[in-house]
Ligand binder design. Structure first.
Ligand code: NAD
Length: 254
C-alpha cells in the first residue's frame, strides 16, 4: 500500500483500529475518522511510533459535511484518497413493538445512511486517482434476523445491497466496492451485545466451525486483501468472515 491513502470510519476501536494498523504496516498513510478523539489520537500515535503514517480526525459519520471534511483533509494533507472503509456503528435494539422510533432513526443513520454519505464523499476523490477501493462493514446479520436486533439486521442488509450498487455504477471507472460480513468478533462492541443473548461464551464458540470467536486482526487481513491489487477482480461481493458460523446449523448440538 506504499503511496496509498486510506480512511477508516469507526477507526478508533475494534475492527477499524485493527484495519488501520494493518494498512499502515503495509505502507499506507491512514486516517482514523471517529467521534472518540481520545482513542483515535492514541491509535494514531501508536501507529506513528511503529513507523507508520497516521492521523486522527474527529468525524461523526451521521453528518455528511464531516465526512466531506475528512476526505478534503486526505486530499489536502496526504495527496489524495485510495481506500475508504465505512465501518462505524451505533445500534439500538429491543423487541420491534418497543423500539423508540428515534433510536431506530439514529441506528439507520449511523449504520446505513452514513455508508452512503461516506461513499458520496469519497467517490469524487477516488475517481481523481483513477479509481480505488471501498469496503463497507456489514455483518452476517445482513442475511438472517436476530431477536431484538432489527435496526442492526435491517441496516446491515441495506449495506450489502447498497455496496453492490456502488460497484456496478463505478466499476468501469476503476472503483471496486465490497462489503464484509463478519461473524462474532471480540471487540468492545461484543460485550454489550451479550446483554441480548442467552448463550454463554462457550456455547457461542461451539456455533463456529473453528470452535472460537474471531479476532479483529482476522477481519483486517481480509480487508487488506480486498483493498489490494490482488483483489482486482473482486467487486460487488459480500465477503463472509465468520469462522464457519453460517456454514454450521449445529442442529445436533455437538
Ligand atoms: P467497536 O465498538 O469496537 O468500534 C466502533 C467504533 O465506531 C468506535 O470507535 C466508535 O467510537 C465509533 N463510532 C460510533 N459512532 C460513531 C459515529 N457517529 N461517527 C464516527 N464513529 C463512530 O465496534 P467493532 O466491533 O469494531 O465494529 C466495527 C464494525 O464491524 C461495525 O460496523 C459493526 O457493526 C461491524 N461488526 C462487528 C461485529 C462484532 O462481532 N464485533 C460483527 C459483525 C459486524
Amino acid at each position: 500500500f506504499a503511496g496509498r491513502v486510506a480512511i477508516v470510519t469507526g477507526g478508533a476501536s475494534g475492527i477499524g483500529a485493527a484495519t488501520l494498523r494493518r494498512l499502515a504496516s503495509e505502507g499506507a498513510a491512514v486516517i482514523c475518522a471517529d467521534i472518540d478523539d481520545a482513542r483515535g489520537e492514541v491509535l494514531a500515535k501508536e501507529i506513528a511510533q511503529a513507523g507508520g503514517r497516521a492521523r486522527h480526525r474527529h468525524c461523526d459519520v451521521g453528518n455528511l459535511a464531516e465526512l466531506e471534511a475528512v476526505v478534503a483533509f486526505a486530499c489536502r494533507e496526504l495527496g489524495g484518497l485510495d481506500i475508504m472503509m465505512n465501518n462505524a456503528v451505533y445500534s439500538g435494539g429491543g423487541w420491534v413493538a418497543q423500539i423508540d422510533p428515534a433510536e431506530w432513526d439514529k441506528s439507520l443513520r449511523i449504520m446505513l445512511t452514513a455508508v452512503f454519505y461516506g461513499c458520496r464523499a469519497a467517490i469524487p476523490a477516488l475517481l481523481e486517482r483513477g479509481g480505488g477501493s471501498i469496503v463497507n462493514t456489514a455483518s452476517i446479520e445482513a442475511f438472517a434476523g436476530e431477536i431484538m436486533a432489527s435496526p442492526y439486521t435491517t441496516a446491515k442488509a441495506g449495506v450489502v445491497n447498497f455496496t453492490r450498487n456502488v460497484a456496478i455504477e463505478y466499476g468501469r471507472r476503476g472503483i471496486r466496492a465490497n462489503s464484509i460480513c463478519p461473524g462474532i468478533v471480540e471487540t468492545p462492541l461484543y460485550a454489550p451485545m451479550q446483554k441480548f443473548s442467552r448463550r454463554t461464551r462457550s456455547e457461542l464458540e461451539k456455533l463456529h466451525a473453528i470452535g472460537r470467536l474471531i479476532r479483529p486482526e482476522e477481519i483486517a487481513s481480509v480487508v487488506a486483501f480486498l483493498c489490494s491489487d490482488d483483489a482486482s477482480a473482486v467487486t460487488g461481493h459480500a465477503m463472509v468472515i465468520d469462522g464457519g458460523l453460517t456454514a454450521f446449523l449445529n442442529l445436533s448440538g455437538h
